[in-house]
Design a protein around this ligand. Sequence first.
Ligand code: ADP
Ligand code: MG
Length: 691
Amino acid sequence: MPYELTLDSPLSFVRGVGETRLQQFAKRGVRTVGDLLTYYPRAYEDRGNVLPLRDCADGGIHAVEVVCTNKPVAGRARSGLEYFRFCAKDDTELLTVTVFNRRFLLSQMVVGRRYRLYGRVSMGLCGAEMVSPEIEPVVPGKPLEAVLPVYPLCDGLTQNFVRKVVQNCLPLCEKLPELLPEDVREKYELLPRGETIRRLHAPRTVEETVQAKRTVAFTELLCFQLALRRMRHAKDGASAPPLPPPEEGGSFLERLPFPLTGAQEQAIREIFADLEKPVPMTRLVQGDVGSGKTVVAAAAIERCVRNGKQAVLLAPTEILAEQHFKKLVEWFRPASVRIALLTSAVPKKWKETVKSSLAAGDADVVVGTHAVLQEDVRFASLGLVVTDEQHRFGVRQRAALLGRGEQTGLRPHMLVLSATPIPRSLSLILYGDLDVTLLRELPPGRQPIQTMVLLPKDRTRIYASIRRQILLGGQAYIICPLVSDDADGEPKDGADFKAAERYFSELRRGVFSDIPMGLLHGKMPPLRKAEVMREFAAGKTKVLVATTVVEVGVDVPNANVMLIENAERFGLSQLHQLRGRIGRGKRASYCVLLNSSGGPCERLNVLANSSDGFQIAEEDLKQRGPGDFFGDRQSGEFALRAASLADLPLVKQTAEAVGEVLTKLGEPDYRALSDEADAIVRRAGDGKTIN
Ligand code: ADP
Ligand code: MG
């Protein structure tokens, strides 16, 4: 009795799928028939567009229809590969076809028969040539597929096999639940789900796939945003300790050596308003490098501590954690706030002490790296979690920390600081679970950073300028992209990479032999890193050769020169972050972007002409897509498979649709959509990748 396949059937029930294949599919996360149907092709081969040989572009990939004109000859190449070769022609040109490794095809080739070939065509001296094209016999009355899907593969799986298995399951695509209600589909010109999936796997023309892809991307973005809204409202009903203003005044803010900017004041007001409520705050403060986010965070921490609750400040790097720790100690000094530092650089014994005082309520604030998260840190009464540089942390990590407050039945408030200026459209999508405060103002008196794009031939001049700035009392960063020559990011195209270590010793033996220098990279032991950073901050070393570990948050106001080697290798936003390490003090600052690509690099001029992080981010997004903005959100928990966040018009449409859909989620037609959003939230909570 033939077994009736359903969407939930394991792939082993599908004809032709054996144990090996099953494991190969599983590697790709495909286990059921339903999984397979949403295993989308990554491209299409347009074999229906058959060209006369004469019209094929030399080196282009084309479909042609030819008659085999002689019996294939088999041979063995010097490399040992077996091959066979035959001649063919169409009405316009002669063609020589060489096929490697597929000797079984040889016996199937018949002189005088027509074949459709698909592959790269090159124009040689004696007519056209193709090497190992796809070969399909043309049989009258049996039309060939015009468009073939190309699936992402992993070792073992072959295109033809995946195609065949998908085709076997295709009738079931009608059973896939419809996610989009009809009125949404109509308004945004989207296809029904079954039709969408059919078109993606078995399109009749390439044009057919366009609207199908759009439908999938739209659906994905919509569900994703609905899920974020869910998460945002998940806190509805959750309680947090209210943190009202203390009865006695006297805040560190009054003792600061500088007045707050308007933006800082506004941000603090918003945060305080949140903290007074008995519901957990979930707020993102987004401010360009140097906009002074740390003070804002400290204000929240102070408020928390003065209410007798504990606060956590999480930093993405040890250097930064240590720096924040010092700042807080300095700011909170006259008050009796007990602050602890917890990073992997902290000796084990000390860590234990810190942990037990946190658990006992003997420490008020802990500053640390995510090591704090991984270890079994307990709090007596956690009131606030601040994470700096959000893009390095994931939703999952945040959730883990938030759970720490649950013993008391109360959830801590959450404040996220991000220096990655995110275009507003994206921020809505990616941080839909957070309230957003923008810090769009720099403290007054900042010297603008003069940014130049220069070439390797200017090197002598650059070194001379660095030396001059150091003589004038300044300090310099020199940023190299790689730690050593054998690092993962091996130079692929022969670009002259400067490995930090090698570069450092070159400089020390050469041009800067008389200048104290430091070397900082991520592979150094934590204690050594901290020491190097301390020496630089104290002005003991004048030049710091570093990898991008200094990218985030490091604050040495006296440093006023930055040379970025291989600047063409970095993204604009990252360069902007790096550049933000200078221009923090009174000195005029200079940033040199060294373009070693050997060609012009237009992108870099964006930085020379703008100091607005938001504008730069907008430009970066246009040029590279959003992948680099949100390591974690984009590639981890919230991997969006079909949707491209760079497709801003689509992103905007879905954002609009979210608003409309939200009001109707209770209606039966919207049930499937609502369930899907729930499923996404659940999977995020499980810590599983969404796809
Ligand atoms: P970021 O937003 O990049 O984290 P920081 O909080 O590190 O910025 O602040 C950068 C520098 O500016 C620090 O040295 C800080 O003390 C200083 N700063 C912060 N706010 C002000 C202000 N209102 N006026 C002057 N300097 C400020
Ligand atoms: Mg910062």
